[in-house]
Each structure stands twice: as structure tokens, then as C-alpha cells.
Write a protein that binds this ligand. Structure first.
Ligand code: UD1
Length: 418
């Protein structure tokens, strides 16, 4: 397993090009299986989660043609077959194949998902949404089995909370249902709106994605489609913290200010400068960091996927910051590892009390999940001396060439190959 060796203390300066959004790409790969016509996706990030998702699409029978950051997915020959647990257990997002396969074939079998170890992460809302659309759901030998005796039928789907994945499952399934579907309490994340844009390019008729109420007209017919994935707001947020934590200045090419409002507000509270450039955003810091109290919320609130990175930043601000996690119950796995680097963090239920300003010092640490791992990279950039981060494959799941991008901006970072 690869490791990363980082020697901290360099202020990062330069330009980072933000890749396409992993969390937008994954549902779009699943959505391509709805249609018998090819779907050409561009601006795909070169990360292992996307590679795995494409591999699962192939296992279902899709023909995938790759070209650097693009892929054409031709699902003309896809069938509702079963895909082995070994392939899908790595990623929770494979549950997103359930809605499209069910909608197209009237039957789907998908393994109960694995993925990041951040809490229980059930899929009950996905299944409830499909039941509302007329599916019968059972669990057989660890597989979710969904069937529709007749075709799915449009209806009102009310989500008990605005789950991103359940919204995407309901939206994809509803595109092939008879009649109109209304999704209420839908997730408003930009990735949901981007999935709707992709589905609309494929021939669907969806309005309201990006708001709490999405309307889908079913069965509008499919056509070949071309779609460009939106830039990754979480990758942008991560490099923003890299600039802030090292007291440097980075231009984040492709970062979209409108999708990053909560993060920008948090940075400004902490004494970090943010301004737009022609190509994206510029982040810089030349004054001491200030504390902040942050609570993760569904979009447009502060994203849970940036909580760990901002905790690393809070460790470098003199004084106490409170960081509250409301989306996932077990998303503090970075805390013991940050403590190994010298941070002073106490957990009180869903709140982390960060007493910042203690000097961080390099150590051996363990990456545990995607965002927790990158938080350790950020802390290491600010720490005195050398940090070695084990199990870097977590980072490769969601960050394209993280070590190279950081090195180009002056970080002392080296990948130690296994
Ligand atoms: C997506 C993102 C993930 C991000 C999360 C929240 C992808 C591939 N992943 O994950 O990076 O952290 O949104 O912004 O897009 N829940 C249930 N039952 C369900 C579904 C969800 O109880 O059927 C719970 C989850 O356990 C969690 C909360 O709802 O506590 C939010 O989950 P959800 O919005 O569905 O996240 P994901 O789509 O899994």
C-alpha cells in the first residue's frame, strides 16, 4: 500500500486545476444504464471510485470507451444481471445502479453497499422511494432485489430527510415511470442538479433539480447524449484549506464560487481572503487564523465532506473552535490521528471541541476514509517535521493526483510506493 511522506512548513503558492466532481460523475455513470443510446461524459476525474463505477457498468454489460477524462458508456447490451459482491463492496455508490436497472428492466439485484466507514449509512430511503414508485423490494442473500410487476408509476415521493443518494435514485427511476413524479424534500446539492442536466441531455424531462421540489415527466424517450461533469466543490474546498493552513496563496481554476458559499463564509470568519479570478477563485492568508464554530448541514449549508479538512485548519487557529457533525454519526475518525500530530481535540457527542494553536508535529498516521485522510495531509503540510500517512488508497478514491498537484505548488510531498 502506498504511503505519503510530507515535510511541513512550506507556504503553498501557485495554481491548482480542479477536476470534475466525483460525486456528480458516479450517479451519471449509473444513469447511463437507463438508456440504450450512448452517453458521453467529459470532465471525469481520474480517481479510483470513478474507475470502479465504470467497471461495474461494464460488468452489467455496458461498453465503455475511455479517453483520458472522458468516457462513452453504451448500455445498449446491458442486462439485469447480478454483479459480484467483491466488486461493489468497495463503494457505497454502487447502490445507485438499483434505480436505473429496475426502471429499465423491471428487475434489479444489487449488493448491499460497502464504502467509507463513516457510520451506518443505510439505504432505506432509496428503497422507500422505489417502493413509492411501485417496486417490490426484498433482501435475498445480501442482495437487494427490486421488482416491478408492472412498470414503475409516477407519484409523489416525500423523502424523510434530503438524502443526496435517495434523491438521485428516485429521480433516475422516475424518468422511466409512467406519468409524472414529484419529489419533495429533495436534496439540493449541485451534484443532484448536474445529474438532472445529464438525464435531460439523455432525453428525460426534469425540472426543479437543485430545489426541494423536483418534477419528472416519465417515459419521454432516450437519445444519445453528451454531458460535461461539474467541477468538484469538495476538491476546491480542500485546496482552499491547503492555501489557508500554510499561509500561502492558491488560484483554484474551475472552482465555482456559487457552489462554495458556506465554505467561503467559514474561511472569511477564520481570517482567510477569498476572491474571484477570471478562471475560478483565489485563496490567500497573511494574518493569523481565527477560530470558527461550524455545523455540517445539507447543501447549501456547510458540507460534511469538508468537516475534517476544516478541523485541521481549526487546529492551527489560537483558541477554541466547535465543529458539529449532523449528517453522519461516526465522522470523527480523523480526531485520534490529528491528536497524534499534537492537536488538542475533545469529542462531546456530535461536537468536536478543538483547542487550536498547539504546534503540530510530524508523526506516522493512518488514513481511515477519504476526507479523514486528506485532513491528515493538510495537517501535515502545517506540521513541523516529517509525517508519513499510511493507506493512501483512500485518497486515490477521490482526489486526482493530489501529491502532484500539491508538489507543483511547493509542498514537500513524496509518494512512497508499496
Ligand atoms: C453523498 C456523497 C457523500 C456526502 C453525502 C452528504 C456521493 C457519492 N456521496 O452520500 O460524499 O458525504 O452525500 O453530503 O454523492 N441516509 C439514511 N438512509 C438512506 C440514505 C441516507 O438514513 O437511505 C442517511 C445517511 O446515513 C446519512 C444521511 O442520510 O446520515 C445523508 O446521506 P446521503 O445524503 O444519502 O449521502 P450519500 O448520498 O450516501
Amino acid at each position: 500500500m502506498d504511503r505519503l511522506k510530507i515535510t511541513g512548513g512550506q507556504a503553498l503558492r501557485g495554481t491548482v486545476t480542479i477536476a470534475g466532481a466525483k460525486n456528480a460523475a458516479l450517479p451519471q455513470i449509473a444513469a447511463a444504464l437507463l438508456s440504450p443510446h450512448p452517453v458521453a461524459l467529459s470532465n471525469l476525474p481520474l480517481v479510483s471510485d470513478v474507475e470502479n463505477m465504470l467497471r461495474v457498468a461494464e460488468l452489467y454489460g455496458a461498453a465503455v470507451t475511455r479517453n483520458a477524462h472522458s468516457a462513452t458508456i453504451d448500455a445498449g447490451l446491458v442486462a439485469a444481471r447480478e454483479v459480484s459482491y467483491e466488486t461493489v463492496r468497495k463503494m457505497r455508490a454502487t447502490v445507485l445502479f438499483l434505480g436505473p436497472l429496475l426502471a429499465r428492466f423491471g428487475e434489479a439485484r444489487v449488493s448491499l453497499p460497502g464504502g467509507c466507514a463513516i457510520g451506518a449509512r443505510p439505504v432505506d430511503m432509496h428503497l422507500k422511494a422505489l417502493e413509492m414508485l411501485g417496486a417490490e423490494i426484498g433482501i435475498e442473500n445480501g442482495l437487494i432485489v427490486a421488482r416491478t410487476p408492472n412498470s414503475l408509476r409516477g407519484t409523489r415521493v416525500i423523502l424523510s430527510s434530503p438524502s443526496v443518494g435517495a434523491t438521485e435514485t428516485a429521480m433516475m427511476a422516475a424518468t422511466a415511470a409512467r406519468g409524472e413524479t414529484e419529489i419533495l424534500n429533495a436534496a439540493r446539492e449541485p451534484e443532484v442538479a448536474d445529474l438532472a442536466a445529464c438525464l435531460n441531455a439523455m432525453g428525460a424531462k426534469i425540472e426543479g433539480a437543485g430545489t426541494h421540489r423536483i418534477i419528472i415527466e416519465g417515459n419521454t424517450g432516450w437519445r444519445a447524449a453528451v454531458h460535461q461533469v461539474i467541477p468538484d466543490r469538495i476538491e476546491a474546498g480542500t485546496y482552499a484549506v491547503a492555501a489557508a493552513i500554510t499561509g500561502g496563496m492558491l488560484e483554484l481554476v474551475n472552482a465555482r464560487m456559487e457552489n462554495l458559499a458556506a465554505m467561503i463564509q467559514a474561511l472569511e470568519v477564520m481570517g482567510v481572503n477569498v476572491w474571484p479570478s477570471d478562471r475560478g477563485l483565489v485563496i490567500s492568508r497573511n494574518a493569523p487564523l481565527r477560530t470558527a464554530d461550524l455545523t455540517t448541514e445539507p447543501y447549501p449549508g456547510f458540507p460534511t465532506d469538508l468537516q475534517a479538512q476544516f478541523m485541521a485548519l481549526a487546529c492551527c487557529a489560537e483558541g477554541t473552535s466547535l465543529i458539529r457533525e449532523t449528517i453522519f454519526e461516526n465522522r470523527f475518525m480523523h480526531v485520534p490521528e490529528l491528536t497524534r500530530l499534537g492537536a488538542d481535540i475533545a469529542l462531546q457527542g456530535t461536537t468536536a471541541v478543538v483547542r487550536g494553536g498547539k504546534p503540530l508535529k510530524g508523526a506516522q498516521v493512518m488514513a481511515t476514509d477519504l476526507r479523514a485522510s486528506v485532513c491528515l495531509v493538510l495537517a501535515a503540510l502545517a506540521a513541523k517535521g516529517e509525517t508519513v500517512i499510511n493507506r493512501v488508497y483512500h485518497i486515490d478514491r477521490g482526489y486526482e493526483q493530489l501529491d502532484r498537484k500539491l508538489a507543483l505548488c511547493g509542498a514537500k510531498i513524496e509518494r512512497l510506493r508499496a
